[in-house]
Structures are given as structure tokens and as C-alpha cells.
Design a protein. Structure first.
Lengths: 428, 316
């Protein structure tokens, strides 16, 4: 090829399909998922996942991209939801002729308005002061929701009915699968919009303000204005999630606004990985699966989630996506295979240790909870008699043995990493 | 009326000094390490539960000594093996770590002791009314709480201002690098302060458990208020923590006793709101009903108008 032809070949833009492949795949996946998980339980979990995906992504707009740690993000989620459910009641009464799939838009504007109101004084400073203000506002609104019973419905909350909206292509949204497609539509739209937001100048400046606020000011952008816009946008998207919550569950209570929900979204975003755009998606999916599936098998699932969270903060601060992404350069240089054997060698003792710990915790919990004389525990399909010492000895041996073996094999893994990591000059 | 004022004053004092026991440790830890420890109230909860378990076996008085020690040791271990590792990932990671720890401790408490309220009772030696004023009794245990709290305050003040360790701690708070260069073991000082702060929180739990209840939610209930105290008082200021805890303790206790609403105020002028409107609550809600949110209102106001707090010198 002549140099001219080479240049032309390089300059030929990839087609629309290639460039936006990820989004086409996402849309297709969202459309097919209910066919794969077509049980009622599956659809319920998918709906739940969709709502928290949008919520967690909106939270990461502030935390991962803006560097603003908020302990009160559930306020915008909850307030958006409450206004949405009140709107649904207006729709049922015939006052507001809006089809149900557009209710999240009302939640979005409610969330944005409250974001604008509370952000006006919250975003003056980032860091600890911001976290404290968000905590204060969160507690304030959560406590107010039990006091101002007229709007928030008190302890019983506010209920709505999604089947009494105006005609929308013959659907009345009584079935979960119909709600799923509303959720899937908004997940796609919200994710796309949030991704595009991160690519706008204000989104990029939010990253700059996160990393070095003073320097961003010298470049000419007010750190407060950038933060304020991020904050309000995050409120907008949290409101979409709140509106979907109102449609899906048809009830909003104080629990939707409180510190527990704010903590949960922080947990989801952090476990998933706050440094990457799709990190909170991973975190939301994993957390929802833990919450729905794990709770069927064990009563102490929340304890496991807590342990995983603390372990993530201490040993994997970049989250699950961070762990996946650090393999990126190694995969690109084609040396991923060399890590396979060390991972298996250290993985087996680690798994044994984990199973031992789970066994111990479950047996202890069983002993605490069960009555006298009831000593048979069913774990992983195997029956144990916790009155005898054998299961305990086995669990302790597995835990200690697995831990010691894994620790012994760690230097091998580190050495394998050193060999596999591409060096600056391109390596071997 | 006088009865109301006297008892609200006394109860507010007891509550406020309890808040001070919790917030003094927190503000010291914050000024040393720059991290707001979300798990501080969880250590308070652990102190109460330890004391409950000990009192079930040996009695209340050994628990008064052993439980805070246990809490202190736990705090020191958390600092040494947890916080020190997370420190290099930045302030946000430290905050999230302590938040995760608070969550984990709450789950552990539910795992070990269960979800119901524990029967942690006032010891018999103190289970009598100290005095009776206008038909209302003031329990001796509350006077005991007052005594311990004031004792702790005096103890802290003396240690920090009169002993060598206290001077080193004060110096390490503002100039840790210089103190390290002078040859002192600053990481050990940090661990010590964390441990003592946690022991104080544990002690607060031991004496507050019988009065405020020993249940898995006790950390959340008091934890937020302690943060309000620390922020309102000023991050890093012990005097500020004292003033703010008394202020909030008295504010909440007096507010709970007042059963007036805006509607009652308007009724004085002959106006009033009777209609069943979605926002009627704004006028009919009484001061007693909004008492739980007054501290948060104060927090938001202080953070808007004076982010350094009443006596503080730094914001972060």
C-alpha cells in the first residue's frame, strides 16, 4: 500500500455500529433479559436491579466523578419518589392525564428541584463539611417525614396505583413484565444521559474539581458552580430512580429516604468501584443479588455484606471493577494465561478458608437462635449436628489451614504478577 | 412550671454530659487524624453490650471498669490494623472505612446478642430516687451518671493540660511532624488517643445502657447527634464539644417538654388554621414533635453560616 492509501485507510471512520457497539449490545441485552430470567422472581429482581442501577449511577456522579461523599443521597431518591406517587394519585383521580411511563420524569424534576434547593448551600465546600451537611439534611428530611404526616403519610407511607393511568398502547401495567420494560427503558435512557454528562465540559471539569479544586479555579471554572451542577444533575437522576420505585412498588415510606438507604447506595457504588463509569452498575447488580438470593439461604447475609464491604475498603479500594481493570494491561500484552495457575493455587486455599469462616458463622448463629435440643443444621445441603465437636473442628481447621496456606502462596502470586506486568519499554 | 424547668435542666444536663463523653473522644480523634470516626457510636454500643454481658456474670461494678477497657483495646486495634492501612487511600476512603465498620459492628452485635433489647438494668445499689421535688423523682442513677461525666471532664482536662503525655498529645494534634522529629512515637500517640477516645465512648455506653436502652439501634440514634455536637462545637475543639453538647442536650430536653405549635401562637392573635390541607402539619406540629430534628436543623444552619463551628479553627 502506498502511504496515501494507508492514510486514507486510517482516516476512514468506523461505522455507526462499531462506534456505539456497547450501547446497541446494552439495549439488546435489556430487551432479552426477561426471556432468560422469565420467572416471577426473576422479573422482580430485574426490576429491583434496574432501579438501584440508576440510583447508584446518580450517586457516582457525585462521589466518583465529583469527589463529593454524600450520606444523604436517598433524600432526592425518596423525595422524587414521594412526589411521583402523589402524581400517580393525581393521575388515578383523573386530574393529571399523564401516562404512567412518564411518571419518572416528574420524579426527576422533583429530585432536581430539591437538589437545586439543598445544593445551594451544600456545595460550598467538598470533603468532610459536605459529608456532614449531607448527613444533616438526610437526617432532617428522614425525621421530618415522620412528623409531617400530611405529605409523607407517616409510618404507613403513601400508596399509589399504577394500573389506573390513561390508556398507553393498551397496557395497564398490572403485570411485572410490563413494569420491567418501563424500568429497562429508563435504565437505558438514564445511563446514556449520565454517560454523556460525564463527557460534557461540566462533567470533565467535575473530575478536575475532584482532583485539584484550586487548580480548576485557576483554569477559570468556579469549583462551587461545577459541584452545584453535578449535585443538581445527580438529584435529577436519583429522582428518576425514585419515580421508578413509585411505579414498581406503589408505596413510598420513610425507609426510602433514610440513612440506611443512603448507606446502601454508598455501599453499592463503592463495592462496584467508584473510579469507573460502569462500576456502580456492577455494584448495584452484585448487591441486589446478595440481598435477594443470599437472604434465601442464610439469615446473616447482612453480616456477610458488611464483611465484604470492609474488606473491599481495606484491600480493594478500587472495587470489583478495579480488580477487573488492573488485569487490563496484562490482558492486552497477552500474558493473562500466565496468571491462571497462581490464581488457582492461591484460590483453592482461599475458598477453603472462606467456607470454613462461613461454616463457623452459620453454626454460631444457629446455636444462638435455635432452641434447646434442636441441633441439626443444614448447610450447603449437608446436615451437621452442631452439638458434636466434629463440625466445629472441621470448620476451624478449614479456616486456619486455608488462611495459612494462602498466605504461604502469596509471594508466588506477587512474583507471577511482576513477570506478567508489561514494563515501560514494552518488556519481553 | 418550676418543676418542668428544674427537671428539664437536670435531665438536659445529664443527657448533655453524656453527649460530651462521646463527642470528646470523637473530636480528639478528629483533630489528630483528620478522620471523622463513624464507628465511634458503635463502640459506645459495644461498651453497653459488654457491660450487659459482664453484669450478667459478675455484676455492674466490675463491668464499669472492664467494659471501657475492652472498648479501648478494640479502638486501638482498629486504629493500628484498620485505619492505618486505609490512610494512604485518602480521607474519603477513611470515612467510608469507618462507615463500613459501623455497619459491620451493628451486624456483629445483632449476630452475637440478637435483635431484641437487652435487659441491662440499673444496679440495685443505685436504684432509688435521690430526691423528690414537686412529686417528681430524680433517680440516683442519673446523679451517678452526672458524677461520672463531670469526673471524666475534669480528668481529661487535667491529663491534657498538666501531664507530659497530655502536652505531647496537644502538640501532636497541631504539629505531628515536628513532634515526630523531636523523637516522640507519634503513631503510638495516635493509637493511644484512639484507644482512650474509644474507652470513653465505651464508658458512656456502660452508664447510658440502663437509661437509654441497650438495643442494636442505639448507635444510630446517638451517633448522628454526636456528629452534630462535634460539628456545631467546632472540629477539633474540646471546649466547643463541651458547650455544644450541653447546648444540644438542654435544647432537646426542653423542646420535648413544650407542647405548643405555631397554631397556638397564631391563636393568641385570634388567627388559626383548621383546614385539612396537605401542608397543615406545618402549623399544627408542636415543638415537642420536632424536638428530634432540632439538632439537625442547628447542624445545617451552623454549616451554612459558620462552617468552622462555634469554637473551631478548621473545617476539615
Amino acid at each position: 500500500m502506498s502511504s496515501n492509501q494507508k492514510t486514507v485507510a486510517l482516516e476512514r471512520q468506523p461505522g455507526i455500529l462499531r462506534k456505539y457497539l456497547v450501547w446497541f449490545i446494552t439495549a439488546a441485552a435489556l430487551a432479552i433479559l426477561p426471556w432468560i430470567f422469565n420467572t416471577t422472581f426473576g422479573i422482580t429482581v430485574l426490576n429491583q436491579m434496574g432501579i438501584v442501577i440508576i440510583f447508584a449511577l446518580s450517586y457516582n456522579m457525585m462521589l466518583g466523578q465529583g469527589g463529593m461523599l454524600s450520606f444523604g443521597h436517598a433524600v432526592y431518591f425518596g423525595l422524587g419518589g414521594f412526589i411521583a406517587v402523589h402524581a400517580m394519585n393525581f393521575i388515578s383521580d383523573g386530574v393529571l392525564p399523564l401516562p404512567i411511563p412518564f411518571v419518572p420524569l416528574i420524579g426527576a424534576f422533583a429530585g432536581m428541584i430539591f437538589g437545586v434547593i439543598f445544593g445551594s448551600f451544600s456545595t460550598n465546600r467538598a470533603g468532610t463539611v459536605f459529608a456532614m451537611i449531607s448527613l444533616g439534611i438526610g437526617e432532617l428530611i428522614a425525621a421530618s417525614s415522620l412528623i409531617f404526616v400530611g405529605f409523607f403519610g407517616g409510618e404507613e407511607g403513601v400508596t399509589g396505583d399504577r394500573t389506573e393511568g390513561p390508556e398507553f398502547f393498551g397496557l395497564d401495567f398490572a403485570r411485572d413484565i410490563e413494569v420491567y420494560y418501563i424500568v429497562a427503558f429508563w435504565v437505558f435512557v438514564a445511563t446514556l444521559l449520565m454517560y454523556l454528562f460525564s463527557r460534557t465540559p461540566v462533567g470533565r471539569m467535575a473530575n478536575a474539581v475532584r482532583d485539584n479544586p484550586e487548580r480548576a479555579e485557576f483554569v477559570g471554572y468556579s469549583q462551587k458552580v461545577v459541584r452545584y451542577i453535578s449535585f443538581s444533575a445527580a438529584g435529577f437522576f436519583a429522582g428518576i430512580a425514585g419515580g421508578l420505585f413509585a411505579i414498581n412498588y406503589e408505596i413510598l415510606t420513610e425507609e426510602t429516604l433514610n440513612l440506611v438507604t443512603s448507606g446502601t447506595v454508598l455501599l453499592m457504588a463503592y463495592i462496584g468501584g467508584i473510579g469507573f463509569f460502569f462500576g456502580p452498575i456492577v455494584g448495584a447488580v452484585v448487591f441486589t443479588l446478595l440481598q435477594t438470593l443470599l437472604s434465601n439461604y442464610t439469615e446473616i447475609w447482612a453480616l456477610y455484606v458488611g464483611i465484604v464491604f470492609v474488606a473491599t475498603v481495606m484491600y480493594a479500594p478500587y472495587g470489583l471493577t478495579g480488580i477487573i481493570m488492573i488485569h487490563g494491561p496484562i490482558a492486552q500484552s497477552g500474558r493473562l494465561g500466565s496468571l491462571l495457575v497462581p490464581y488457582i493455587k492461591i484460590g483453592i486455599p482461599a475458598i477453603i478458608c472462606t467456607l470454613g469462616v462461613i461454616g463457623l458463622l452459620e453454626m454460631l448463629h444457629f446455636q444462638n437462635e435455635s432452641g434447646a435440643g434442636d441441633s441439626e443444621l443444614n448447610l450447603f445441603g449437608i446436615h451437621f449436628d452442631v452439638a458434636t465437636p466434629y463440625p466445629w473442628i472441621l470448620a476451624i481447621v478449614m479456616t486456619v489451614g486455608g488462611f495459612m496456606l494462602a498466605k504461604r502462596l502469596t509471594p508466588q502470586l506477587v512474583a507471577a504478577w511482576e513477570v506478567a506486568t508489561p514494563t515501560q519499554q514494552g518488556g519481553r | 412550671m418550676l418543676e418542668l424547668v428544674v427537671f428539664s435542666l437536670l435531665n438536659g444536663l445529664v443527657y448533655g454530659l453524656l453527649l460530651f463523653m462521646l463527642s470528646s473522644g470523637l473530636t480528639l480523634i478528629f483533630s489528630m487524624m483528620g478522620v471523622l470516626n463513624f464507628a465511634h457510636a458503635s463502640v459506645y454500643m459495644l461498651g453497653a453490650y459488654f457491660a450487659y454481658s459482664i453484669s450478667a456474670v459478675v455484676g455492674f461494678w466490675p463491668g464499669l471498669i472492664i467494659a471501657p477497657l475492652g472498648a479501648g483495646v478494640l479502638g486501638a486495634l482498629v486504629e493500628r490494623y484498620g485505619l492505618r492501612n486505609v490512610h494512604r487511600y485518602g480521607h474519603v476512603a477513611e470515612l467510608i472505612f469507618t462507615f463500613g465498620l459501623a455497619f459491620l459492628i451493628e451486624e456483629l452485635v445483632q449476630f452475637i446478642w440478637g435483635r431484641s433489647t437487652m435487659d441491662y438494668a440499673v444496679p440495685e445499689a443505685l436504684d432509688f430516687p435521690l430526691f423528690t421535688l414537686f412529686d417528681t423523682q430524680f433517680p440516683a442513677f442519673k446523679a451517678f451518671m452526672l458524677l461520672i461525666s463531670v469526673g471524666i471532664f475534669v480528668f481529661l482536662l487535667l491529663i491534657l493540660t498538666r501531664t507530659r503525655v497530655g502536652l505531647i498529645i496537644q502538640a501532636a494534634i497541631t504539629h505531628p511532624n515536628m513532634v515526630a522529629m523531636l523523637g516522640h512515637n507519634v503513631p503510638f500517640v495516635f493509637m493511644l488517643v484512639f484507644g482512650v477516645g474509644s474507652a470513653l465512648a465505651g464508658l458512656a455506653g456502660v452508664i447510658a445502657g440502663p437509661v437509654l436502652g441497650t438495643f442494636p439501634g442505639m448507635a444510630v440514634v446517638l451517633g448522628s447527634i454526636v456528629f452534630v455536637v462535634v460539628v456545631v462545637g467546632g472540629l477539633g475543639s474540646l471546649v466547643g464539644a463541651f458547650v455544644a453538647s450541653l447546648l444540644i442536650g438542654l435544647l432537646q430536653t426542653f423542646a420535648v417538654a413544650l407542647d405548643y405549635s405555631l397554631n397556638d401562637f397564631f391563636a393568641l392573635f385570634g388567627a388559626g388554621f383548621d383546614a385539612e390541607h396537605i401542608l397543615t402539619d406545618l402549623w399544627t406540629v408542636t415543638i415537642a414533635q420536632i424536638a428530634p430534628i432540632l439538632p439537625y436543623l442547628l447542624l445545617v444552619l451552623i454549616l451554612i453560616f459558620r462552617p468552622t463551628g462555634l469554637f473551631g479553627t478548621r473545617e476539615t
